[in-house]
Write a protein that binds this ligand. Structure first.
Ligand code: FES
Length: 137
């Protein structure tokens, strides 16, 4: 018996009848920059490609707001993707329209509920303020 070795996250894919196929997909390393009060020390974790960024953050205990329950209609889940954004699917017109209502929008702004994690690494900055209420630090 051999010792168990860590395996990368895998995604099953359709295979011809009578065969099986599994394609390995590497996890995405997500770095969250320090933010008071949501993530004071910053955080780095691995996320499964394809998961919603908002869900990945919530699963790590980062209480990012998501007032519309992740349907892209409130902009409270606004984040800045400081690095790695080129690997993500570009925002659609609805996301861009909703971002117009967010605080502190810049060229790296995204709605975390509309972003599916992709690529080798992402660096996320949580805004100081949200549409729901202001955080002064
Ligand atoms: S949770 Fe409302 S826009 Fe993302």
């Amino acid at each position: 018996m051999t010792a168990a070795t860590p395996t990368p996250a895998t995604t099953a894919t359709a295979a011809p009848a009578g065969t099986t196929a599994t394609v390995a997909t590497a996890a995405t390393r997500v770095h969250v920059l320090p933010h008071e009060p949501l993530c004071p020390g910053g955080l780095a974790f691995d996320a499964q490609p394809g998961v919603l960024l908002v869900d990945a953050l919530l699963q790590q205990g980062i209480a990012i707001e998501h007032a519309c329950e992740k349907v892209g209609a409130c902009a409270t889940c606004h984040v800045h993707v400081r690095e790695g954004g080129q690997a993500l699917k570009a925002p659609d017109e609805d996301e861009e329209d909703e971002l117009d209502a967010a605080w502190g929008v810049d060229a790296q702004s995204r709605l975390a509920c509309q972003v599916r994690v992709r690529g080798p690494a992402l660096v996320i900055e949580l805004p100081r303020h949200t549409r729901n209420h202001a955080r002064e630090r």
